[in-house]
Design a binder for this molecule. Structure first.
Ligand SMILES: [Zn+2]
Ligand SMILES: [Zn+2]
Ligand SMILES: [Zn+2]
Length: 165
């Protein structure tokens, strides 16, 4: 069992998250007629090491350590593939990549980012998104944004916030 390092973090069996993500990735690739090559798969696994988004340079360094062809174009191509397959999201404000737990369903990236532990959660945006489209339309504006990134304090950090870590 891989336990998250951050002391504030609620401990869950993260191996299950990783396992499910890889299973979904295989299924999604098969369905799209794509191949989950070694470097794509390993990049996905590394991004899934936690619920904290991973930067491209950290990913590059880890792949290099493991003897992969870690030339930036290779790594960026793998990231582009994982994004276009819907397996990861780019969290723009952190300039980092997050594994998606709902990769088998088309959706937009609405993110809750914890200021304290940097964990990112996706949240159910359907109603909010409809409201935003309607409000923008009132001003004759066609909304094209696909992602919203909100910062705050996650449940675990709130629960342990007053205690010394
Ligand atoms: Zn997990
Ligand atoms: Zn997602
Ligand atoms: Zn937190």
């Amino acid at each position: 069992m891989t336990e998250h390092k951050h002391s504030h973090e609620h401990v869950h069996n993260h191996d299950v998250c990783i396992e499910q993500a890889l299973e979904t990735a295989e299924a999604v690739c098969t369905e799209q007629g794509q191949r989950l090559t070694k470097v794509r798969r390993r990049a996905l696994e590394l991004i899934w090491q936690s619920h904290r988004p991973l930067g491209a340079y950290q990913l590059l360094a880890k792949l290099a350590e493991e003897g992969f062809n870690s030339a930036p174009p290779t790594v960026y191509r793998a990231l582009d593939f994982l994004i276009s397959a819907g397996l990861i999201h780019k969290v723009e404000s952190m300039n980092a990549y997050l594994g998606c737990a709902h990769a088998d369903k088309a959706h937009k990236g609405y993110f809750l980012i914890c200021d304290e532990c940097q964990n990112v959660m996706e949240f159910d945006y359907q109603d909010i998104h409809k409201t935003l489209i309607a409000k923008a339309a009132e001003q004759g504006f066609e909304l094209r944004s696909d992602t919203i990134e909100l910062t705050g304090l996650c449940a675990d950090c709130r629960a342990t916030g007053s205690q010394p870590s």
